[in-house]
Write a protein that binds this ligand. Structure first.
Ligand code: SAM
Length: 277
């Protein structure tokens, strides 16, 4: 009995070694159908979306995104048999033009045209992907089945009962949603010489406004490119705006802040009235 156990452990280690060599970072476990639907709903998928499922298994997430939500999508899967199976499933579901599958390593995949990323991977794989996900277009939605992304806190988490779940003791699935925030850290200048110096921690920002020699501290958050800032003091003024590359627009004017701001050069921490937007 002991010999059999030792042999089994050695065999498992050999398989694990071979997997690591082949780039298979996560075993194949399917997302149940009702969880797949909930993932796509949580991402808010529409026909305008391009969904990329990282480690797409038998293709169910991309196929459901195409069939039920009218989106187009790409499943990225490293195991050839699973890619072949996914293409057959897409064909059978009548969505093979919009649900494509590529046999490739998810770490070597260009994610640039995704508007939605889905994944059912492992915590450490999510963390390895995190820097690349944060570089995607602001507003790109990411939904992960079960695993989070460390100190990048999700904007929303939902929990679903999954009585048939084969992994873990809890018969639950957790779905986490993030929206890639615009990159705002640094100083922004308005035409009147006001400066807004922003520290950013993922979607959360702290901003110091210097205006006509008065300094005030603001806090807020980014929902993609949309910025919400809450001002100091009892009034707690709320300012909503939008980041568009190197431009920041704060359209509501009742708080008296300048409307148009430009990103200052890296390392520049003060603004002059000459720095015109
Ligand atoms: C937990 S399964 C999820 C399958 C599917 N996304 C779902 O939710 O039903 C993870 C999948 O990732 C694939 N995978 C593992 N490492 C990969 C890699 N480096 N590149 C692409 N796919 C990978 C596995 O073969 C497996 O099919």
């Amino acid at each position: 009995m002991r010999r059999i156990l030792i042999l089994a452990v050695v065999a498992l280690c050999a398989v694990a070694g071979a997997r690591a060599q082949d780039g298979v970072e996560v075993p194949f476990v399917t997302t149940p159908d009702h969880v797949t639907l909930a993932m796509l709903q949580l991402a808010g998928v529409t026909p305008r979306d391009r969904v990329i499922d990282l480690g797409s298994g038998d293709g169910r997430i991309v196929i459901t995104a195409a069939k039920r939500f009218g989106a187009s999508g790409l499943g990225v899967e490293i195991v050839p048999d699973l890619v072949a199976r996914s293409r057959e499933h897409a064909e059978r579901a009548g969505v093979s033009k919009r649900a494509r599958f590529a046999e490739q390593d998810l770490f070597k995949t260009d994610l640039g045209d995704a508007t939605v990323i889905t994944m059912y991977l492992l915590p450490e794989v999510n963390l390895q992907l995190r820097p690349r996900l944060l570089e995607l277009k602001p507003g790109t939605r990411i939904v992960s089945h079960d695993w989070d992304m460390g100190d990048w806190r999700p904007d929303r988490t939902v929990t679903l009962a999954v009585p048939q779940k084969t992994v873990g003791r809890e018969k639950l699935s957790r779905l986490h949603r993030w929206v890639v925030p615009a990159r705002m850290a640094g100083t922004w200048c308005a035409g009147d010489g006001s400066s807004l110096t922003v520290k950013q921690h993922y979607q959360y920002v702290e901003a110091t406004l210097v205006r006509r020699s008065e300094t005030t501290d603001w806090g807020g958050r980014l929902d993609g490119a949309l910025l919400r800032l809450v001002g100091p003091g009892p009034g707690r003024t709320l300012v909503a705006g939008a980041v568009d590359g190197d431009r920041l627009v704060l359209p509501s004017t009742e708080h008296g802040l300048p409307r148009a701001w430009n990103r200052a050069a890296a390392g520049q921490s003060t603004c002059t009235a000459a720095t015109r937007p």
